[in-house]
Design a protein around this ligand. Structure first.
Ligand code: BES
Ligand code: MN
Ligand code: ZN
Length: 509
């Protein structure tokens, strides 16, 4: 969709569809009133008809058949004006975008930005509308032999603003939305692709392709033998059961001063997780093709940052492998040596994410990170704890955790913090190795994070468990592209990063 901000008077603006907010109690919003006056009170008449009451998320399409310069009006329920907050505005914007996407119109002008949202200014509202409009056009049909013919909404979108003074900020907000939405689409595509297409090598190829998008991006792919030389015994142990070779992918975005330490994003890229010898039940095992959504979000975020030419340094690291049972697979009771030198007793081969991430976290140290964030579909337990609305957040640094919580609120891609107290660590005790890869029955998301924390001792680190947020199940089965929105927001707000200390050895890659 070609989307722009423009000063547009609803009374006179020609468009195939004008999107107009309506408040609960059948009250017209400001643009609604202007349109009503200009269009011979037709909106009031429609509201009196009672087909829309203004409840949050309601929508009604009316055809103006010559009575207005807008061919149609799409009325959107905003709920009560006084209750309109972030979440409710997003819901309304999504309802509007969803309804628009089903219409056969070529152009649309949204006036949703005219309403007041608690603690949020115009650029935030514009960005929110833009993201909703762009995301609504997402389709995944590349695996269908004949893509179903579908209308994907207007080709040209306008987000209306009142004054020229707001134009620059509004246009900037739209550009951010475009980058984030495109990044999210990339992450969704990679997540939705089946495991027999999206393999570790495929992810490596995607990283290479992405690097071609900007001279500030550089990718590097390490193969099995190189991982061996690095001593990544834990990562390789997971990969050894599969015929698909593993890949450790790094992709560096150098948008900032070379002196500045990078933000390192580490993604879990298990392109299919059968559980290994501790095999999963068959029921929903197909969904374990989504077990690389952390990796996908790293690529999506880097794409968004590169598109925005963000003035920061960011390194993406992706540990990509399959987790399969076979004659060469790891077995419960096996002990492996991680890149850090610590030994791990593998009590459950289905707790493979932490086994690959621990080596990636150790590897990440060589980039002299300002902060490290790992993103992983790590535990079913996280979904039990938090449901499917927020991602789980764990951190060894309160400021970093707070910044991520805020970025979650601002982007609508929310996280909620869980503890990684010492108390939980003893559940990882092992009689044979330094510690085990699983804790007890309870607090599984936390004990998984506690395992990772043992490898993230030397820098500011956060872990995002996206098991509940990375994809939808059921009839709407598909990747969400989360947390690209959160990560992009976090990086943009975080800024340049600290200066590298000269006392530390120069980094070797
Ligand atoms: N990829 C899964 C986590 C997962 C499961 C995410 C279901 C979303 C839905 C992960 O590798 C895993 O299998 N974790 C185990 C850990 C357990 C063995 C300690 C789990 O959650 O059951
Ligand atoms: Mn698993
Ligand atoms: Zn997994």
């Amino acid at each position: 969709m070609d989307l722009n901000a423009a000063v547009a008077d609803i009374a006179t603006q020609r468009t195939d569809c004008a999107v107009i907010p309506i408040f609960q109690g059948t009250r017209l919003s400001a643009p609604g009133q202007v349109a009503d006056e200009a269009w011979g009170k037709r909106l009031s008449q429609v509201l009196r008809g009672g087909d829309i009451s203004g409840k949050l998320g309601e929508s009604l399409i009316i055809h103006t058949v010559g009575a207005a310069p807008a061919q149609r009006a799409l009325l959107i329920g905003m709920g009560k004006a006084a209750e309109l907050d972030d979440r409710r505005f997003r819901r309304a914007a999504a309802a509007a975008a969803g309804a628009l996407a089903k219409l056969k119109c070529k152009s649309a002008t949204s006036h949703l930005g005219a309403v007041a949202v608690k603690d949020r200014g115009l650029p935030w509202r514009v960005r929110c509308i833009a993201e909703a409009m762009l995301d609504a056009g997402y389709r995944f049909d590349q695996m269908k032999s004949k893509p179903e013919p579908c209308v994907s909404g207007p080709a040209k979108g306008v987000i209306a603003i009142d004054s020229r003074r707001e134009l620059r900020a509004a246009q900037r907000a739209i550009n951010e939305a475009k980058a984030v939405s495109a990044g999210r689409s990339l992450a969704r595509d990679l997540g939705n692709l089946p495991g027999n297409v999206c393999t570790p090598s495929y992810l490596a190829e995607e990283a290479r392709k992405l690097a071609g998008r900007s001279p500030k991006l550089k990718s590097r792919v390490l193969t099995e033998s190189e991982l061996g030389k690095l001593g990544m015994g834990s990562f390789l142990a997971v990969a050894q059961g599969s015929a698909e070779p593993p890949r450790l992918i790094t992709i560096e975005y150098s948008g900032g001063d070379a002196e500045r330490q990078p933000i390192v994003l580490v993604g879990k890229g298990v392109t299919f997780d059968s559980g290994g010898i501790s095999i999963k039940p068959a029921g929903t095992m197909d969904e374990m093709k989504f077990d690389m959504c952390g990796a996908a979000s790293v690529l999506g975020t880097l794409q968004a940052l590169a598109d925005l030419e963000a003035l920061v340094n960011v390194v993406g690291i992706i540990a990509a492998t399959e987790n399969l049972p076979s004659g060469t697979a790891i077995k419960p009771g096996d002990i492996v040596t991680t890149m850090s030198g610590k030994t791990v007793e593998i009590l459950n081969t289905d707790a493979e994410g932490r086994l690959i991430l621990c080596d990636a976290l150790t590897f990440a140290e060589r980039f002299e990170p300002d902060v490290i964030i790992d993103i992983a579909t790590l535990t079913g337990a996280c979904m039990v704890a938090l449901g499917q609305h927020p991602s789980g957040l764990f951190s060894n640094n309160d400021k970093l955790a707070d910044a991520l919580l805020r970025a979650g609120e601002d982007s609508g891609d929310r996280v909620w913090r869980l503890p990684i107290w010492e108390d939980y660590q003893e559940s990882l005790n092992s009689n044979f190795a330094d510690f085990a890869n699983v804790g007890g029955r309870y607090g599984g998301a936390i004990t998984a994070a506690c395992f990772l924390a043992r490898f993230a001792t030397d820098y500011r680190w956060a872990h995002l468990d996206i098991a509940g947020t990375a994809w939808h199940s059921g009839t709407k089965k598909g990747a969400t592209g989360r947390p690209v929105g959160l990560l992009t927001e976090f990086v943009l707000k975080h800024g340049a990063g600290r200066k590298r200390s000269r006392s530390k050895p120069a980094r070797a890659t």
